[in-house]
Design a binder for this molecule. Structure first.
Ligand SMILES: Cc1cc2nc3c(=O)[nH]c(=O)nc-3n(C[C@H](O)[C@H](O)[C@H](O)COP(=O)(O)O)c2cc1C
Length: 202
């Protein structure tokens, strides 16, 4: 099968997102200009550089309550955010936090999640996340869109990294034991539960 996305596709549901997987989920906390904490998952998310460490996510579309989704509005105002990670233990809370809530509603409270004070930025971190990446905004990039839908890429520099000590073994990070979940297509997810190593030949 071959198709050109700009001409449509032969499926009932556009399969694009089920072809690029697993996508890590940046569970992004931010804070509004009124000081209300916000939390939402973004699977158009990844690490993009390491010297200095930088991450990106894309906010696609608007919220019911404004031109931008709350996460983007908040970051445009405060220049700060935290990337948290959902695990098999917090997957249902992550799902609740993806609701289209009003800007003055705190998804930490709605999802019954504990906050942890971040060290270098104002937005709180998710206490139950094995890792928290405290970020400062580096760049906003407006992406191409076919419609009036807004598509905005946010790039942030990771200025503080918290790793739960339970996941540090013999001076290395034991990533698999964190049980991160990742996004596939449709409503499908996967849990990262196995690994293998390949040494690069020099
Ligand atoms: C697993 C998952 C991944 C998501 N990834 C994205 C994404 O990459 N970009 C996006 O705009 N929305 C994404 N969403 C939808 C947002 O989480 C949703 O629109 C949310 O209400 C945005 O919250 P906010 O307005 O507080 O930022 C995702 C939802 C889920 C459940």
């Amino acid at each position: 099968m071959f198709y050109e996305p700009k001409k449509g596709n032969p499926f009932k549901i556009d399969p694009f997102k089920s072809l690029i997987f697993p996508r890590p989920i940046g569970w992004i906390s931010s804070i509004s200009k009124n000081g209300v904490a916000n939390l939402a998952p973004y699977s158009y998310f990844n690490a993009v550089a390491d010297e200095p460490p930088q991450v990106m996510f894309c906010s696609n579309g608007s919220s019911t309550y404004g031109k931008y989704k709350d996460t983007l509005s908040n970051i445009l105002f405060t220049n700060e955010f935290v990337v948290n990670f959902a695990t098999s233990a917090t997957k249902n809370k992550m799902n609740i936090s993806s609701g289209d809530f009003k800007p003055d509603e705190d998804e930490f409270i709605l999802s019954n999640l504990k906050k942890k004070k971040s060290k270098l930025v104002k937005p709180p971190s998710v206490k139950d996340s094995p890792v928290n990446l405290e970020c400062k905004l580096v760049k906003i990039i407006k992406l191409k869109t076919n419609s009036k839908k807004i598509s905005t890429m946010v790039i942030g520099e990771v200025i503080g990294i918290h790793i739960n000590n339970n996941f540090i073994k013999k001076n290395r990070v034991d990533s698999v034991s964190m049980r991160y979940i990742a996004r596939m297509g449709y409503s499908e997810y996967t849990t990262i539960a196995s690994k293998f190593s390949l040494k690069r030949k020099s």
